[in-house]
Design a protein around this ligand. Structure first.
Ligand SMILES: Nc1ncnc2c1ncn2[C@@H]1O[C@H](COP(=O)(O)OP(=O)(O)O)[C@@H](O)[C@H]1O
Ligand SMILES: [Mg+2]
Length: 375
């Protein structure tokens, strides 16, 4: 539904409640800078760390400066008969909802929990709106490293050996968790919160003492913690997938972390990691990575976009490490750079994602929700 201007209205959502709030602001800065204003009416919606949705003028700049007091609280109603964004204003009688704008496509540029994990996508589904990226299942399975690995195993896709532990088990019987972790493999082991990204809470453990510390660290961030075999000096290869039912795969890229592993600091602080695009791989490895990336995308029912990350051992074995359904999206991030290297410039990539969101909504709308009994 185009508005009177003939433009599509895109609501770009950024910030959010996860530990990747700041990363989201960086991604959103780039997305907002390339959205073609001749084509789109753009509404910025910032979500605070506490979960408040705010809009107004120059929302992103206000978030970057931490000065959000003047912005207007908004909400998306879960009732599909009340579409669009509503402003929430205080009046003498309480809070009043006031229709602000119709929105054609929601573009969540949110990483991690409450943005990339299916929860926000659940609201989009309830509200029956078009949105960029994977739906509820694809987002949730892509986010949860434990469930994701099990799904990959069920599809015969190679992932490293791992075991899950609950926070409650770590707290009540650390010894038993350590024993089950040591049964997975010799050290080094990697410990990670099941649902997080940007390497927050990820520890490389070389000893039992490291493991105990890493488990407690990861357990702060999630109820479930994944412990897996560490691949010594892995090559880290990432590839971008774009599409819905017939996804396309980009050229592969390689990350060379500027630290012992691709830690939070290596990603965002040290600024000494290199991205090599295209990655130099032998033909068999490249073919395997392309094929596995597409199969993984389909297996989790991803949509729109995803970046699929691999680890290659020194002996050349390829393991799928993770899928990111809302990958880093700055101009210097791997996902847009992989598409640029594959012939799709960043502004066109964003246009394509909007088209894919509309296409997926049209496909969803074909689903019958009332049982049609045969006469
Ligand atoms: N099993 C592993 N073996 C070797 N390195 C690993 C392993 N798992 C993770 N790493 C390192 O830790 C980084 C972060 O782990 P990852 O699973 O990608 O979590 P995140 O979602 O936070 O990016 C990887 O990029 C890699 O450098
Ligand atoms: Mg990663």
């Amino acid at each position: 539904m185009k508005q009177s201007t003939g433009k599509l209205t895109i609501a770009v959502l950024f910030g959010g409640r996860s530990g990747e709030h700041e990363v989201s602001l960086m991604s959103a800065r780039s997305v907002l800078s390339v959205l073609d204003r001749a084509r789109y009416e753009v509404i910025e919606v910032g979500i605070t760390q506490a979960g408040a949705w705010l809009t107004g003028e120059n929302v992103l700049a206000a978030f970057e400066q931490g000065k959000v007091a003047a912005l207007l609280p908004v909400c998306l109603h879960p009732d599909p008969s009340k579409p669009g964004l509503y402003g929430i204003r205080s009046s003498g009688v309480g809070e009043v909802l006031e229709k602000l704008a119709e929105v054609d496509v929601y573009f969540p540029v949110l990483h991690g929990s409450y943005g990339e994990d299916g929860t926000l996508q659940g609201l989009f589904e309830l509200a029956d709106v078009s949105y960029v990226g994977a739906g509820v299942v694809g987002s949730a399975v892509g986010m949860d490293k434990g469930v994701f690995k099990d799904v990959m195993r069920a599809h015969g896709i190679p992932v490293v050996e791992s075991v899950l532990a609950l926070r409650s088990e770590i707290e009540t019987d650390l010894e038993a968790v350590i024993r089950s972790a040591e049964a997975v493999s010799a050290y080094p082991l990697f410990v990670k919160p099941a649902n997080l990204g940007s390497s927050v809470g990820v520890t490389k453990c070389r000893s039992r003492a490291d493991l105990a510390e890493g488990l407690l660290e990861a357990a702060q961030y999630d109820r479930r913690v994944l412990i897996e075999r560490g691949i010594p000096d892995p090559r880290e290869i990432e590839i971008a997938v774009l599409g819905n039912a017939a996804p396309q795969v980009s050229v592969p890229g390689e990350v060379v972390p500027g630290a012992d592993f691709y830690s939070y600091d290596a990603k965002y602080v040290l600024d000494n990691s290199a991205l090599n695009i295209p990655a130099v791989l032998n033909a068999a490895q490249e073919a395997q990575i392309r094929d596995v990336a597409e199969r993984a995308f389909r297996a989790v029912d991803a949509a729109g976009m995803a970046r699929v990350d691999f680890l290659i051992s020194r002996s050349g074995e390829v393991f799928l490490n993770e899928i990111n359904t809302i990958p880093g999206f700055t101009r210097i991030s791997m996902y847009p750079k992989l598409w640029e290297a594959s012939g799709l410039p960043y502004p066109e990539l964003v246009n394509r994602l909007v088209e894919l969101a509309l296409e997926r909504k049209a496909e969803r709308d074909r689903t019958v929700h009332q049982y049609r009994r045969n006469a």
